[in-house]
Design a protein around this ligand. Sequence first.
Ligand code: GDP
Ligand code: IMO
Ligand code: MG
Length: 432
Amino acid sequence: MSTLVIVGSQWGDEGKGKITDMLAARAGLVVRYQGGNNAGHTVVVDGLEFKLHLIPSGILYPDTISVIAGGVVVDPAVLLEEVAGLNKRNIDTRGLRVSQSAHVIMPYHKLLDSLEEETRGDGKLGTTCRGIGPAYTDKVHRCGIRISDLLEPETFKARLASVLKDKNIILQRVYEHDPLSFNDVYDSYTLLADKLRPYVTDTTQLIMDANKADRNILFEGAQGTLLDIDMGTYPFVTSSHPIAGGACLGTGVGPTDIDSVVGITKAYTTRVGEGPFPVELSDDTGDKLREAGHEYGTTTGRPRRCGWADTVMLRYAAAVNGLTSLAVTKLDVLTGLDEIKICTAYRYRDTVIEKFPERLDVLAECEPIYEILPGWREDITGAVTLEDLPVAARMYVERLEELSGVPSSIISVGPARAQTIVSKRLPASFQA
Ligand code: GDP
Ligand code: IMO
Ligand code: MG
C-alpha cells in the first residue's frame, strides 16, 4: 500500500479532479490538504458531471473516506450545499470527514476579499473572491476561528466578538462599508455548526491510523505549483501551499511517509486571474485551445488564458514537488492542429534562460522559445494503450517527458474515467 500526492504542476485546472477520481477506486482515504472553495474540480462519471469545490474527488466511491484536512479553509455554507447537492444526486456522503483544526471562512473574509480586490484597481490579483486570502491571513495572524471553536458556542461567541470588533473597524474606516452584525453572524454560523458537527473529527489521527494500517492514501492538491504562496509567481498566487510539501503541512504526514508525487500536467497551459504567463497566446490558436478544451473556470466561469506547454516551468515544478511521474491530461484537445509548439527555454533581454526565474519582473519580460512538433488528426478519445495513439501524439508526450525530465505514468484523452492510459510507472498499489 502507498501514499500518493496529486499535485497541479502548472497554474491549476490541470485535471486533478479527474485523475483523483480515477485513482480513488484504489484508495482507502482521499485527502484535500490545502485551499478552499477557490478550487473547482470536475469529475465525469457515466456521462454525469460533478463539480466539486471543497469535497475531495473520492466522494463518488461509497467506501472511500473523504477527508478535508486541517490545512484547508472551510466555508461551512458552501460545504453543506455541496453535501446536499451530492445527496440529491444519490451520492452517499457518510464517508466525509472534516478536520476540527481547519479554519473557517467567515462573512468578513469574503467581503474583505472583494473590497481588497476593488481597491487594488489595475493591480488586482484576480482572486476568486471566496475569502481564501483573508482567511489564511487570519490563521497566520492568529485571530482565525477554527471548526473546533465554531462547535463550542461559548468559545465561538468570545472569539467572534473579539475578531468582529477589529474587522468592523476596518470595514468602516478603511472601506467605508457598513459593519457586520454580531448577532447575524453568530446565529447563522451556529446553525451551520450544528449541521457540520457529524462530519467533524481529528483527521490528523485518522490519517496517521490509516497510514499505520497500510491503507492507500491519496492526497488531492488544489490549485497548482505556480500558485503556491512561496514557490509560485508571487503576488499572483493563492494563499496556501498547493505544492506536494503542502500535503505534509496540511495533514501532519511526515515527508518520508510520501511514496510518490504525480504532477498533473495539461498538454498545454492555462491560467485564470492576473500575473505573467510567458506562453500565453492572445491569438486564434489561444481561442481554439479555449474552445476545444472548454477552458472556462469551474468556480467563477471566467475564460482561462491559454498557451502552449511550458517545459521551463515544468522542470521547475518537477524539482519543487519532487515529481515521480507526470499525468498528461487533455491530450485529445490538441487533436487537429497542424503543428504543436513546446516552450523549451525563455529569451530574457539578450540571453537565453532554461531555468524558471525566481523574480517576477524577470518572468514578466521573458519570451518563449519554441520547438515545433507535428500534429495529428486521428480521434484519440478511445485510446486505451500507448500503441493506440498516433505516432505524432506519442512523440509529443515523449518530448514533454524528455524536456521536463519526468516520465509519465498516466495519459488522459477525455474527461471520463475510462479515457485514461495508465503505464506501469504508476505505483502498483494504485494500478487497477
Ligand atoms: P482541476 O481543477 O485540476 O481538477 O481541473 P478542472 O476540473 O478545473 O478542469 C479540467 C477540465 O477538463 C474538467 O472539465 C475535466 O472534466 C476536463 N478533463 C480532464 N481530463 C480531460 C482530458 O483528458 N480530456 C478532456 N477533453 N477533458 C478533460
Ligand atoms: P483548482 O483547484 C485555477 C487563482 C485565482 C487567482 C489566484 C488567487 O480548480 O485548480 P484566490 O481566490 O485563491 O485567492 O485567488 O489563484 N486560483 C485558481 N486558478 N484553478 C484553481 O483551483 C484556482 N484557485 C485559485 O484565479 O489568480
Ligand atoms: Mg479547477
